[in-house]
Structures are given as structure tokens and as C-alpha cells.
Design a protein around this ligand. Structure first.
Ligand SMILES: C[S@@+](CC[C@H](N)C(=O)[O-])C[C@H]1O[C@@H](n2cnc3c(N)ncnc32)[C@H](O)[C@@H]1O
Length: 280
């Protein structure tokens, strides 16, 4: 029995258990996201905004529309994703990259180095990677280095492209890195924009992890943090297999603090807190 209230009190629209189950099915089919019964209120409040905006009076009609409109499917997915992120989140991951992994890659004299931030949200993660790279390597042109940053939520990718952040969001950024953000015409009050120096090496692209991936790799680093938590075990396991195929030999995979490799441990060695290296 679902734990969803079928009540209309304090709600503008009727939201039945069947409506909730249909949303759960749809978001799972389209984005691989598994919503637990506890998310009913969250789902209601996020989608009720879409109903109001589009002047729908009930969920059935709205969900029919989602199933028949590619454009609204995108808005539906955008509404249901959770994009919480911040600069230098789980800082020990960036310490590892700065102190161990990037120096190791450079010592191998690699000419081409690729990082992938999968599920990059509003960009704080790839910009943090870019800052770390800049602090270790600077503008050394002898290495062809790029960061691919992808998300299926198209709204967050707009934020990434602009690279404009509130000063409050920039608080975790080390003072010596803040010079890479400036006030520009695109900024509002109390905002700064990432300089081209940080942006130029990041390529932001829409990508649904459930679909085919156009990239061939290999990647030296895949950082996919706080994304697995939205997927069921089977989906997580398939993704780890696919990441392994795209990683270079001994490449690095970083997950979020509450995530793990579950069934695919044999593919990787755990070498730090949710930091893995691909086995030979
Ligand atoms: C909580 S954020 C994590 C952001 C960042 N990686 C971090 O750890 O701070 C999760 C992101 O995963 C994205 N996401 C969820 N399902 C996805 C899917 N099927 N394909 C690609 N991205 C997805 C969401 O849009 C959201 O931006």
C-alpha cells in the first residue's frame, strides 16, 4: 500500500495514488530515477507548478500531455530532478586529484587527459575540477586537457554555461582561486562569473545516462557523485559496467559519499573514500 495521501486539503489539484504511481513509472522509464513512496508530497508540489503554468486542472490530463509532448517531457524531468550541489563538495576528492592523481597522470607524460563529470548539476563540480587543474598545471599547453560535464536537466546546463554564481555559493572556494571569478555584465548583485580561463576547458552537454552515449573515451577520470542514489541497484550496476568500459587503464572513478559499487567490486580497487581505480 502506498503511503500517499489522497487528500485534497491544502492542495489545488486532486493527486491520487494512481497519479503518483504513474509519475513514478514515467520518471523511471525516462530518467532511470526511482522515487520512493515518501516522495509523494515533493512530486505533488513540483508538478503542481507545471499544472498551474499550463492551466491544467487535473493530473491525468497533464500526464497524458507529458506522454505526448517531447517538450513537456523535458520540463517534467527537469521538475523532478534534485540538483543540490556545491563547490568543492567532499573536498577530499579534490585533494586526491590535486596531490596524487593529476601529478601521476602528468608524470606519465600523457598528451591527452579527459575528465567526465556525469550528473554535473549547475556546474560547481566541473568548475571545481577546472580550478584544481588550473592550480596544478596552469596554462601548460603541452597537455590536451578537457572536462566533459553532462546532465539530463536542461535548466541546470544553462546555469553551467553562464557560470554565474551567488557570492554565497562561492564561499567554499579557496581565497586563492577566487581571482578566477569576476563581476561582469551578466552578474546581478552579489554574483561573480567564472573567467574563460576556467570555462574554456569544460564542455557542457545534455546527456541522459540511461541512453546511448556518443563519447568513445577513454576517460582518465569519471566523477559521478550523488547521482546513483536516485537509481535502483540494477541501474547502478549497469552504469558502473559502462563507466569501466570508458575508463582508461587504471583510470579513476569517484562516487558520492553514500554510494558504492555494489555488485561490480571486481572491476575496481577501492583506494580512498569512494575513490576507485580500474583494475588492469
Ligand atoms: C544531486 S545532483 C549531483 C550534482 C553533483 N554531481 C554533486 O555531487 O554535487 C544529481 C544530478 O544528477 C542528474 N541526473 C539525474 N538523473 C540523471 C540521468 N538519468 N542522466 C543524467 N543526469 C541525471 C540530476 O539532473 C542532477 O543534476
Amino acid at each position: 500500500m502506498l503511503n500517499t495521501a489522497e487528500t485534497t486539503t491544502k492542495r489545488d489539484f486532486i493527486f491520487t495514488n494512481e497519479n503518483f504511481e504513474r509519475v513514478v513509472r514515467l520518471i523511471n522509464e525516462r530518467a532511470g530515477i526511482s522515487l520512493s513512496d515518501r516522495k509523494s508530497d515533493m512530486v505533488y508540489s513540483r508538478l503542481a507548478r507545471r499544472l498551474r503554468k499550463l492551466n491544467f486542472i487535473d493530473f491525468n490530463a497533464y500526464l497524458d500531455f507529458v506522454e505526448n509532448s517531447r517538450e513537456e517531457e523535458v520540463n517534467f524531468i527537469n521538475a523532478l530532478t534534485t540538483n543540490l550541489t556545491h563547490f568543492f563538495r567532499e573536498n577530499h576528492h579534490f585533494d586526491y586529484l590535486r596531490d596524487v592523481y593529476i601529478p601521476e597522470l602528468l608524470s606519465k607524460d600523457k598528451k591527452r587527459i579527459r575528465f567526465w563529470s556525469a550528473g554535473c548539476s549547475t556546474g560547481e563540480e566541473p568548475y571545481s575540477l577546472s580550478m584544481i587543474w588550473q592550480s596544478v598545471v596552469g596554462n601548460n599547453k603541452s597537455v590536451d586537457f578537457k572536462i566533459l560535464a553532462t546532465d539530463l536537466d536542461t535548466n541546470v546546463l544553462d546555469v553551467c554555461e553562464k557560470g554565474v554564481y551567488d557570492n554565497d555559493k562561492l564561499k567554499p572556494v579557496n581565497k586563492e582561486f577566487l581571482c578566477w571569478f569576476k563581476q561582469t555584465d551578466e552578474c546581478g548583485d552579489n554574483q561573480l562569473q567564472a573567467l574563460p580561463l576556467l570555462k574554456k576547458r569544460i564542455h557542457f552537454k545534455p546527456l541522459n545516462l540511461m541512453h546511448d552515449w556518443p563519447m568513445k573515451g577513454p576517460f582518465d577520470l569519471i566523477i559521478c557523485r550523488n547521482v546513483f542514489i536516485y537509481f535502483d541497484k540494477e541501474t547502478q550496476s549497469e552504469l558502473v559496467n559502462r563507466y569501466s568500459e570508458l575508463l582508461s587503464e587504471n583510470g579513476c572513478l569517484i562516487l558520492g559519499h553514500s554510494e558504492n559499487l555494489s555488485a561490480n567490486k571486481k572491476l575496481f580497487n577501492l583506494i580512498g573514500k569512494t575513490i576507485y581505480r580500474k583494475k588492469h
